[in-house]
Ligand binder design. Sequence first.
Ligand code: PLP
Length: 384
Amino acid sequence: MTFDFDQVFDRHNTGSTKWSRYPADVLPMWVADMDFAAPPVIVQALQKRLEHPLLGYSVSQDDLREAIVADLWNKYAWRVDPQALIFLPGVESGFNMALNALIEPQQNVVVQVPNYPPLRHAPGHWGLNKVELEFVAQADGTYSTPLETLRQSLQGGGALLLSNPHNPLGKAFPREELLAVAQVCLAQDAWIISDEIHAELCFDGRVHIPTASLSPEIARRTITLMSASKAYNIAGLKTSFMIIEDPALRARVNHARCGMVDSVNPLGMEATRVAYSEAAPWLAELKTYLQANRDYLVDAVRTRLPGITMNVPQSTYLAWLDCSALGLDNPQQFFLEQAKVGLSAGLDFGDQHQQFVRLNFGCPRSLLEEGIARMERSLRHLKA
Ligand SMILES: Cc1ncc(COP(=O)(O)O)c(C=O)c1O
């Protein structure tokens, strides 16, 4: 490996969201932020950018747009017009803008559960009716979309807020399922708001499928949201982009900023340009490292954490752990207090019975080993 993903950085007192929530004796494995240094090419590019000491309001330049559309073509064989991009200070802003612009009060917004909490909360921000659609657990440990319930929920139009690849299930939608889901939306004249922030992080040779790349008809009903923030670990730079191919629809959504969604910062745009044009070797090694972490975790859960089960994440660096066999009222609290490991509570993702926790394995192996060892010890005490 050319890049050192084993290096552990002390992130205390850096203002890191992840490392500020809990006391210093807790190992944080919650928010989707990895404990790896950003790609060296990005850090160097930012240092160079700062040699020009002006940091005023900024707009995207052609080279940024070109870098993104070239990357979309290289990674997913998806041709996008550079003018189809709208830059935003966050994917979350983007899906909220799309809901505000497109959905009528009497229409439903469908969110599959479990799901990323801000996706679950977004319809409520606009007084819209949310329908939570449970994934169906399959015998092979994967999850699928109940198409008929989706169809019924979208009667009268509305929108599907899709997480593709899916947080927290780590599900990379197979083409047939994604196509079937999109066709249901089309048949109901519903919009597809497709959050693809984890697109790059698919494992086992899988390639992400952008929803809008399925067909021109689907593209016309789809708002895509992407960012370099997850894969290249630059989430704090708050730079993302929306892709809307139809110019009239793009203008409509772009007008829904409501004075709350501002322009993007110049460092974030530079980092994004470099991520897509120069950081491919880093990303390739990161994926290898993450996949090995995933395998380590899957094995550890199976052999060392009795009472916990998990599906094998096909993408993302997030694991959805089923703790129901432990018989705990609140597993997140148990692991926080007894193991000193800070996980995300399933309840926030729509797990009503509060029996799941989400673990972030995007960290140096030694931290993952430490987290698992702590959880293992706490379970031994639970049994004793
Ligand atoms: C599915 C998903 N969407 C959006 C976000 C947040 O994106 P942003 O920081 O660009 O608003 C996250 C972060 O964890 C995420 O997992």
